[in-house]
Design a protein around this ligand. Sequence first.
Ligand SMILES: [Fe+2]
Length: 373
Amino acid sequence: MKHLQSLGWAAVAGLACACGTSGGADRPANTGGAAGTAGAAGADASASGGAGGGGTTDSGPPLGDLVGPEPGLKLALFGDQGNNANSRALLKLIVDQGADAVVHLGDFDYADDPVAWGALMAELGDIPWLAVVGNHDTDAWTGYREVIDQQLAKFTAATCTGEPGVQHACTFRGVHVMLSGIGLMGTGHEAFLEGQLASSKHVWRLCGWHLNQRDMQLGDKGDETGWDVHEVCQARGGIIVNGHEHSYGRTLTLTDVGNSASGHGATGPWDELRVALGSTYLIVSGAGGQSLRMYDAAEHDDDTWWAGGYARDVRIDDGVRTDGLNLPAAGVVFLELGVDGNPRKARGKYQLVDGSVVDEWTTYVDTTGFSGG
Ligand SMILES: [Fe+2]
């Protein structure tokens, strides 16, 4: 099942594609210009390359009946939380950074203690949050679900449908978040996501679930979701965010997710990502406090699609792996939507609990075909 679109910039994807190279740290660096220049064919002017600016020349055509984000809406994304000093430091960072909402990507306290987890999440104060089930949450799910339901009752800005934590979609303040328990709880996740995305009028669509595919994490996790959910989200321009593997990883723009032989269609500049019909990227944010795991070199040194990463023993920066002990262990992804006066532009970063930032990128959404019909 492939849904690639004949977008102008995608047609020249091969010019900047890292796929098929020998892989590892010595492969040719992606050029910053090719896809960005070609991106002018899309809805957003990209010549500025994320250099700021804003104004009418940078914001693309009018949104029409599409729904853009509240300017600067800041989301925090993490999973694999635990209940320890790092877990609490992470929540404090989210508060200090002024996040507007949190998406918890599963694996809560690892102790089957919903009361304790609820108390921990209360450290977010007034910041609303959504959560999806992780594999460590299923045994005490009834209790966790009560905590989630109590939170949702307070999240009055969100309009939600489906089963919280399992198959749940919410829109709030101009973003559409879809959460799936794929591989853990519920059935029909692909159809649920497809239905949500096909009817979405939102510029920013977030597909979240806990588990991984082997190629879409930096450790030793195997294939636990299948590719269909990824393909559905790529086809409809949904950014994919996962937890489960206890490290951080961010891909290049992907246009052929699920096809390892093509490097999953990785393309474009390292730090300027393109989302469109047929184009997405994926983030694993699984170092939310419980632990930071090792990079698995044997499995991933030849992966050509990673732009950024942070594991216990390896960092990835612009695709280059660097060995070393990485501390602190815990970190969180922030996505700031609708920046520089452009509803189709976002800035992302991965920030550690000591405040240091180890990865930054810009995202542009080409909304061509986002009909919501
Ligand atoms: Fe997990």
